[in-house]
Design a protein around this ligand. Structure first.
Ligand code: SF4
Length: 81
């Protein structure tokens, strides 16, 4: 099964409108520390709050969130191998 890397970059540009959270709450949440979006802990890659790896089942919602983000900081790419 293919996997997908989701990156929030540059995370500092997040305007905290929660569009991605409303579209894909299984992957995105707001950080209580700085009120910007972060990847939910169970998907994080190497503990990075701005990078995660998700399966095919979440591909549709992360891509929809990426397309809807008004500042276009969500990036989705297939992971090789
Ligand atoms: S949609 Fe974009 S700007 Fe809005 S909360 Fe998500 S990452 Fe931040």
């Amino acid at each position: 099964m293919p996997k997908y890397r989701v990156r929030i970059d540059p995370r500092d540009n997040c305007i905290s409108d929660m569009v991605c959270v409303s579209i894909c709450p299984d992957v995105f949440e707001m950080s209580p520390d700085d009120n910007k979006v972060q990847i939910i802990e169970k998907w994080r890659e190497g503990g990075d709050i701005a990078t995660g790896i998700v399966g095919e089942d979440l591909k549709g919602c992360v891509e929809e969130a990426a397309n809807a983000c008004p500042v276009q900081i969500i990036h989705v790419e297939e992971v090789e191998g």
